[in-house]
Design a protein around this ligand. Structure first.
Ligand code: GEK
Length: 243
């Protein structure tokens, strides 16, 4: 049974910025499932895409791995020989719990290295698949190009970056449509108006969404010629960029 997220259910006297601490980790599977439309579809399809683009004797990276949902999806599908996964997150509370989840998953030959580190500080080398499933949005905007450049440089020819993000839209009406629809989705999943509004305030300075055009431009600037959106539900998208 998933533990239910009620972190923002009671009125808070003081709003503090959202952090991936123990309280969040405790309810994370429930929180992300009820907050991100299409999450389960994205997780399983990322595994399918990873199995298609993984190359023998290379590495697959799950950057901002949280509890390892993408890592497990890739691990269960990749068949290429000597293809290891490197899963990275800078929240010690996340990696501690992810370590237990991954240790309990004994059904695969694919080796996983779990690393507690900032993705700005890790080396990316000999990669065939790199996934950032809702992670880049938490990186300061001025650091995003350097990170995407590093990923491009670390990928082998034919390798893929799978990038999922919450989007902002330039047109106000379009933007409002997606925000309202997302909030309807959350309400339909049992979140109250107060929970939705308090979570929105907590995330305001922490999760900075950009437009699809901004992401495409950054990916092109890094060197990716093939960039395609493969999934969208309201303001949540996932893209592939192939080297
Ligand atoms: C999933 N991919 O379940 N370095 C490393 N990790 C970071 C950094 C950083 N600089 N900044 C944030 N994180 C997962 C979901 S959640 C998305 C990803 C969400 C980590 C942070 O600790 C958190 O675990 C993750 O990125 C973002 O498919 O909760 O909306």
């Amino acid at each position: 049974m998933r533990k239910q997220d009620n972190i923002y259910a009671a009125a808070l006297d003081q709003m503090v910025d959202f952090r991936f601490d123990e309280k969040v980790v405790d309810v994370f599977p429930d929180m992300i499932q009820r907050s991100v439309p299409g999450y389960a579809t994205m997780i399983s399809t990322i595994g399918v895409l990873a199995a298609k683009y993984a190359q023998a004797d290379t590495k697959c990276y799950d950057l901002g791995c949280s509890l390892g949902a993408v890592t497990l999806s890739m691990r269960h599908r990749i068949k290429q020989q000597n293809c290891n996964i490197i899963a990275v997150d800078n929240s010690p509370a996340m990696t501690e719990k992810a370590a237990n989840i991954l240790a309990a998953d004994t059904n695969s030959q694919v080796k996983v290295d779990l690393v507690c580190a900032d993705i700005a500080d890790i080396d990316i080398q000999n990669a065939s698949v790199v996934v950032m499933n809702f992670t880049l949005q938490f990186i300061p905007i001025e650091q995003r190009q350097t990170l995407v450049n590093k990923i491009y440089q670390g990928l082998e020819a034919g390798g893929v970056l799978i990038l999922s993000e919450k989007l902002a839209f330039d047109d106000n009406d379009v933007n409002q449509f997606h925000i309202d629809s997302h909030h309807d989705f959350k309400r339909d999943n049992g979140y109250s108006d107060m929970e939705i509004s308090q979570k929105r305030s907590a995330l305001e300075k922490v999760l900075i969404p950009e437009s699809l055009a901004q992401h495409q431009q950054r990916l092109n600037q890094a060197g990716f010629n093939f960039v395609e959106k493969w999934f969208q539900c309201f303001n949540f998208v996932s893209m592939v960029a192939i080297k």
